[in-house]
Design a protein around this ligand. Sequence first.
Ligand SMILES: Nc1ncnc2c1ncn2[C@@H]1O[C@H](COP(=O)(O)OP(=O)(O)O)[C@@H](O)[C@H]1O
Ligand SMILES: [Mg+2]
Length: 270
Amino acid sequence: MQVVTIGGFKGGTGKTTLACLLGVAAVKDGFRTACLDLDRNTRNLSSFLTLRRASRLESPDHVMVMDTEQEARTNAKPKHAGRLEPLVRMAAMDGYDLMVIDTSSGNLADVYEAHLLADIILTPMNESPADMHGLFAKLGTQAAPRINYREMIDTVRFDRRRAGLPEQHWHVVMNRVAALPSKVGTVINDRVEAMAQEAGFGVSWSLRDRVAHRALALEGRSVFDNPADGKLTMSELSGRSEVRAMLSLLSRAPERVMPGSFAVEQKAAA
Ligand SMILES: Nc1ncnc2c1ncn2[C@@H]1O[C@H](COP(=O)(O)OP(=O)(O)O)[C@@H](O)[C@H]1O
Ligand SMILES: [Mg+2]
């Protein structure tokens, strides 16, 4: 089983949209797929998938990770790592081919764990300086956000190396790319290319800004679902191939090794 974690501490970059599209594309391509929704505030992925089921659209299985009663009462941040590993392990034993994990934009223990357990990390960003700074600004610079995603990825890489696990693929997906090129778009793309070298991520994929993707929140219908009149627009067809290009990465990712000792390692490091 491959685990794809979709992350980034900047909100509104397209994490949930991408998670839903990948999950649906994978199911349509015959992969047994589970989606995990870690965003306990918005629960967007859960609502997309609930809408899909209500509309009788083919959907991945899905789990919403809930707070315990005490966490909900005290509004405490989940501090315990180790909650996701059994879920991932069970899904693998159950014969799933793919698990897509949608994370929230906060630096929470289970978001970190979702990155640690991933075979592939996908980080969507819009062609906008706000997203670039929000995700990748260097610590200590004026634009740096208080919680730094790059720093978390470095920690995840360190912890995986220490546990003897293979290096993960990390891809930044340019999202909501405009049909018309712009000066800002060119500047962002150049800077992201340069950062890719330095931070060690790939930027091979992009998703155009498409009305069809926004429509996910209406009935849960995606570009992969045939319209009632059977006529797909050019935009829907191109939208499909953009997402399928990302799915093809899965077959090239290193086979995962079940991390038996993360909990122990983490305790030892604390
Ligand atoms: N490729 C896209 N084309 C059009 N709208 C998009 C696209 N990706 C995301 N959106 C829209 O952008 C907004 C934020 O997306 P969302 O997936 O909820 O981001 P996140 O989960 O990172 O907070 C939503 O309104 C969504 O419909
Ligand atoms: Mg989201």
